[in-house]
Ligand binder design. Structure first.
Ligand code: BGC
Length: 909
């Protein structure tokens, strides 16, 4: 058997061009056709320019993130990478790739940010110049960026398929430039180079304010053209360029874009220099946004109000492209919405002040149009001013173009839809920055939402670079007192609120675990220490946090049971102290990994002291908790805050609470990510599966049942009868509750990491009632992991696949543990587990059946004499018992209700 190498990556990228990393790291994977493959040695060579780097043959199993240690890399240089790998069976393989560095020393002094010099206030404009090419071009690169957004055109052709560049960084610290290969676009003779400028994040309204970073959009570009014979031509943006208006009259992130094809664009203006510190300009750090999918409408709807509305069948993020031949001057407007209201009319109230309207003034020719510097979160599009033909419209799905990493599937289509909804919400909210929502007048990098979702995000897509870039901005925005921006890039001040601000420590830690990349810890360590000190400074009496702003268990339904605030019923300072404890643990462990011995000791001592203070304050001597909400119990168990001797009592309290909520969750942003884990890991998998599979409100499958195609902000965003919740905060594309995704991967399918970066793996699928078959695959730094179970005829089959260079164990449902190397494994054992979807019968409790709104409605219709009014008294009874009060006629009606609900359950499987 021979060995080969797949996927050589340089700083997580495939053949990067314009790379800004001065000490890049190399990673590769070995194919896994056969088992127990371990690398025994590697040799890495890098050649290009003056560099001739050779590691020699290094005896090592390491195949991930091996740092370049040669002489400094030169700017704009092509480097070839040669890799040899030996395995434990004496095989050798060879692989090859390359990378090209960017402007490692920055832009030249002569290159200036330029903007149109006109008294007119231009929302969008073009800056342009001509160059004459007289010799054959060997290589041509453009390095460009803008204060605002831009598109680069060479001879009227767009230089790349990027959308929304340059991306959203804290422009007071950092601005990214993009690198383009423009050789294919140049021709001999005169060439026009043009930057189309728009407002972007730099000037668009964000968080209630326009011009957050500056009042004028400006472009910066440098073209480096190499001719045969070694001659080089450099073109810089400077005062010799000219400018003009653009057919895009206006473009705003929240409000949409207006394109006017009748406008007179002939006037030209000079340009002027705009001051911006060029030392802040760095190479693009993460994946750009692109169109990743094109979707046709599923139908055209005429609403009761007479609106023409296209339904794309999926709540998505991007823009609509359409083909039209209209009259010159004809105005066509596209409005965007996530849902229709109860009556089926177009509904935009939940967008709040975001207009989300694209307007086109046609020139009378046949045109194919879409907006360029804005995007919308929508499923429905209202067309005004033209007849809507389904075949002329296409939705362009746009987001950060990340590499897919994982996929969960199972025998229950509703759960598959949930997994898909989570992926769609990630796509829609990973538009360069992890945002809370993509549609209303917000779209901000809320730290809490990102923190809640990060573990799931890393299962769905490769998010290493995405979060690395975002964490740069988090640190850049950290206040002098150590507090963390509420939204990143920072726009609205800094706070120290549990879960939200803890993303400063928890996300680097999560990324370290997901990718085994200690740079996440090294880069953030100082920031974590400063944040931990900030938390310490907030401690009052008894050394605990007792005051200060907190979001609490955001949007938890348990508070809605008794009051109407958004913070849930859990004691918010209990939450704050538990998360402070978590930050100290991360600081301690990061110090350990980075070999900061003194710091490790300091944080270990601080953690011990805080833990005993929390225990004294929040736990009674008999093991009750001061606050016994689901979230409080979940945190006590999941974060190991409860004294060991109280764990079973607290688990019991949690069980009682969940049962009191009729097997439903009552958690918000804080408790939801950990609820099912806390149940599963404390002997209550029966409840974890009940909560997971419940399709009534609040619950994940309720949304699915209501036709959701993304994850909602609120459990009760739409009521059973189609009523929409208060539009003030009712997004239908919020990924926070999508945090259940990691439970599907880690517990249901059973992919569990035993060492950072998945160097060791446990496969431990959990048989889940209602799911007869489940499986997941996940691309970890070493290759593909697969795991799953299938129950048929009293036998459960467990499948497992571990990639080369890893090892671990497979745990069977009976508890038997098999130590394994890597390769494909299948184990079978007998089981008496019946995972068939639950059916109700005469011995089912009335309350359990009526929890399903469909059953409740059927019951009211079929037997109004019993279920028409309050039915609280009979809820604890079985159907058989309840029927005994009404004779045979009543028993018939009861059976009819049961048949109805069982059929409904059958249909949805
Ligand atoms: C966002 C949330 C966010 C919260 C914090 C909301 O408007 O959409 O998801 O975390 O504000 O206040």
């Amino acid at each position: 058997m021979s060995l080969s190498i797949k996927e050589i990556r340089i700083e997580y990228r495939d053949k990067p061009v314009g790379m800004g990393e001065k000490k890049p790291r190399f990673s590769w994977k070995l194919p896994s056709e056969w088992g127990d493959v371990f690398q025994s040695a590697y040799r890495l060579r890098v050649r290009g320019g003056e560099v001739n780097y050779d590691t020699g043959k290094v005896k090592s199993r390491k195949s991930h993130l091996i740092e370049y240690k040669g002489t400094p890399l030169a700017p704009e240089t092509h480097y070839d990478v040669f890799l040899d790998v030996w395995d434990n069976r004496g095989n050798k393989a060879h692989g090859q790739t390359y990378f090209e560095t960017g402007l490692l020393d920055g832009f030249v002094k002569e290159t200036q940010f330029i903007a149109p010099a006109t008294s007119e206030s231009l929302s969008c404009s073009e800056i342009f110049t001509e160059i004459t090419i007289e010799k054959p071009v060997v290589r041509a690169r453009a390095y460009a960026t803008a204060l605002g957004m831009y598109e680069l055109y060479v001879n009227r052709q767009k230089a790349d398929d990027l959308c929304f560049a340059p991306y959203w960084t804290d422009y007071r610290h950092t601005l990214e430039y993009q690198t383009y290969d423009i050789a294919p676009l140049l021709w001999e003779g005169k060439n026009e180079v043009c930057l189309r400028l728009a407002k972007g994040w730099y000037r668009s309204e964000l968080n209630g304010k326009r011009d957050n970073y500056g009042t004028e959009s400006a472009g910066l570009a440098e073209l480096h053209v190499d001719f045969a014979g070694g001659e080089r031509f450099v073109l810089s943006t400077n005062e010799t360029w000219r400018s003009r208006r653009c057919f895009i009259a206006d473009s705003e992130i929240y409000h949409g874009e207006t394109q006017d094809f009748t406008a007179d664009l002939s006037a030209e203006y000079p340009v002027k220099e705009i001051q911006y510190d060029k030392s802040r300009v760095v190479a693009q750090m993460s994946e750009p946004c692109r169109v990743t999918q094109r979707i046709k409408p599923v139908c055209l709807i005429k609403t009761p109000k007479g609106e023409q509305v296209l339904d794309f069948g999926q709540n998505l993020v991007g823009v609509v492209e359409f083909r039209i031949q209209g009259e010159r001057g004809q105005k066509v407007m596209l409005r965007h919405a996530e849902v229709l209201d109860k009556e089926g009319n177009f509904y935009t109230e939940n967008l709040r002040t975001a207009r989300a309207e694209d307007v086109y003034i046609l020139d009378g020719t046949e045109q194919t149009l879409h907006s360029r510097f804005t995007w919308h979160g929508f499923r429905y599009v209202q067309i005004i001013g033209a007849e809507a033909n389904v075949e002329d419209f296409t939705a362009l799905v746009i987001h950060s173009d990340l590499t897919p990493a994982g996929m969960f599937t199972c025998s229950d289509e509703r759960v598959n839809r949930l997994a898909e909804n989570i992926r769609w919400s990630q796509r829609g909210n990973f538009v360069d920055v992890p945002t809370d929502c993509p549609q209303r007048d917000e779209r901000l990098g809320w730290t809490g939402d990102a923190n809640v979702f990060a573990p799931t995000a890393a299962f769905n897509y490769d998010v290493a670079l995405f979060f690395r870039k975002w964490l740069n901005d988090l640190r850049a925005g950290q206040a002098d007192d150590g507090s963390i921006p509420a939204t990143v890039p920072s726009l609205n001040g800094s706070i120290a609120a549990a879960m939200w601000s803890d993303s400063a420590a928890m996300i680097p830690w999560e990324m370290y675990l997901a990718y085994g990349d200690t740079r996440f810890l090294a880069d953030s360590f100082d920031s974590i220490c400063r944040y931990a000190d900030k938390l310490q400074s907030m401690c009052g009496e008894g050394g605990l946090i007792r005051s200060g702003h907190q979001f609490g268990d955001w949007l938890a339904p348990d508070r809605e049971e008794c009051g109407y605030t958004k913070s849930g019923a859990t004691d918010m300072y209990f939450i704050a102290n538990v998360f402070y404890l978590r930050v100290l643990e991360i600081a301690r462990d990061a110090a350990d990994i980075l070999s900061f011995t003194e710091k490790r000791k300091e944080f270990a001592a601080r953690r011990r002291a805080l833990l005993s203070r929390i225990r004294r304050e929040y736990f009674t001597v008999t093991g009750r908790m001061v606050c016994e909400t689901q979230t409080a119990c979940v945190l006590a168990l999941h974060f190991d805050v409860a004294p060991a001797r109280f764990r079973s009592k607290i688990a019991h309290t949690l069980r009682e609470n969940v049962e009191r909520h009729r097997g439903k969750l009552a958690t918000g942003f804080i408790g939801t990510p950990y609820l099912c884990f806390a149940l599963a890991d404390n002997g209550m998998y029966d409840l974890a599966e009940k909560v997971l599979m419940d399709d009534t409100c609040p619950g994940w499958l309720y949304e699915v049942k209501m036709g959701a195609t993304t994850v909602w902000e609120r459990w009760n965003g739409i009521s059973m009868d189609g009523e929409l919740y208060d539009p003030e905060m009712n997004s239908f594309n919020h990924y926070a509750y999508g945090s259940i995704g990691s439970f599907l991967f880690r517990r249901v399918a059973g992919i569990e990491r035993l060492a950072p970066g998945y160097a060791r793996i446990r496969i431990n699928p959990h048989l889940t009632a209602g799911i007869e078959e489940a499986s997941a695959e996940f691309e970890c730094p070493y290759g593909t992991i697969r795991a799953g179970y299938c129950v048929r005829g009293g036998v459960v089959a467990i499948t497992a696949e571990l990639p080369p260079n890893t090892a671990g164990e497979v745990v069977l449902p009976s508890g038997t543990v098999h130590a394994v190397g890597n390769g494909k494994f299948r184990f079978e054992e007998k089981t008496d587990a019946d995972l068939k979807p639950h059916r109700f019968d005469m011995d089912s409790k009335v309350g359990d059946v009526l929890d399903d709104e469909r059953a409740f409605r059927a019951a009211r219709e079929i037997a109004p004499e019993i279920f028409g009014g309050a039915s609280e008294m009979i809820r604890p009874m079985t159907f058989r018992r309840a029927a005994s009060y009404g004779g045979e006629e009543m028993a018939v009606k009861m059976r009819e209700i049961l048949r109805y609900i069982n059929e409904a359950i059958e249909k949805q499987q």
